[in-house]
Design a protein around this ligand. Structure first.
Ligand SMILES: *Cc1c(COP(=O)(O)O)cnc(C)c1O
Length: 228
């Protein structure tokens, strides 16, 4: 299977899941997670029509973005990894989207450091839901207060929530966890926040995430193969 074939297959899986779970056709966007894969692989994905790429490591994102910018002016880079505050300037200069914001400090720095001529940076707040292994992410009870402070910052636009549940094989269990994220988003919307993005679902739990309202699925392995 080539990268082109994989992108085709994932597109079909997304459309099938949209249909099966009553989602609007085209309402789920594919983010190709290219971390630890070379620019040559990204070029193959671009040739297959993919334009949004997710990266976890700042230096790697910046290098690939610079390398590919010569030939492609239409790529959107999404930063999805843990954020150290001394790396926010590089993120702000490269990424159109940042999915992994988990503190006011990081949001404030992205807001301050966005280049004046660049469009607003789209932000998702990473939530720590019940079965997370990692300690990263915002606790649900802290979400609303943080969202109101972050939504007020210039230069960035709060779009929604992102979650990385622990691996789980059972489909109903996967859905139950994503349903918690969706409920948190609905609470925020009920409080008046304008949110349109749920970044959730990876190679092994994509369908469950789409069933529960994902608008961006972040897919690495099923497109680029296993990572070194
Ligand atoms: C690596 C990664 C992905 C992609 O995971 P796959 O299982 O390879 O599809 C998605 N989201 C985040 C935050 C990641 O770090």
């Amino acid at each position: 299977m080539t990268i082109r074939d994989n992108i085709q297959t994932i597109g079909e899986r997304i459309r099938a899941a949209e249909q099966r779970f009553g989602r609007k056709p085209g309402s789920v966007q594919l983010l190709a997670v290219s971390k630890k894969h070379p620019s040559a692989s990204i070029r193959e994905a671009i040739d297959a029509g993919q334009t949004c790429f997710g990266e976890n490591y700042v230096q790697e994102m910046v290098e690939k973005a610079a390398e590919l910018a010569n030939d492609h002016s239409n790529l959107d880079w999404h930063f999805i990894g843990p954020i150290q505050s001394n790396k926010t300037r590089l993120i702000a200069s490269t990424a159109r989207w940042v999915h992994s914001v988990d503190s006011l400090k990081i949001a404030q720095r992205l807001s301050d450091q966005k280049p004046a001529d660049a469009p607003e940076i789209n932000i998702c707040l990473q939530v720590n839901i019940s079965n997370e292994i990692s300690k990263s992410g915002i606790q649900p009870e802290e979400l609303a207060a943080l969202a109101s402070q972050i939504a007020a910052l210039p230069g960035i636009r709060l779009r929604g929530l992102m979650a990385i549940p622990a691996p789980e094989q059972d489909f109903a269990q996967q859905r139950a966890v994503f349903a918690q994220v969706r409920a948190l988003q609905e609470d925020l919307v009920a409080q008046g926040f304008t949110l349109d993005t749920l970044s959730m679902g990876m190679t092994d739990d994509m369908e469950a995430a789409i069933a529960e309202g994902a608008t961006i699925v972040r897919i690495g392995t099923a497109i680029f193969g296993t990572r070194a």
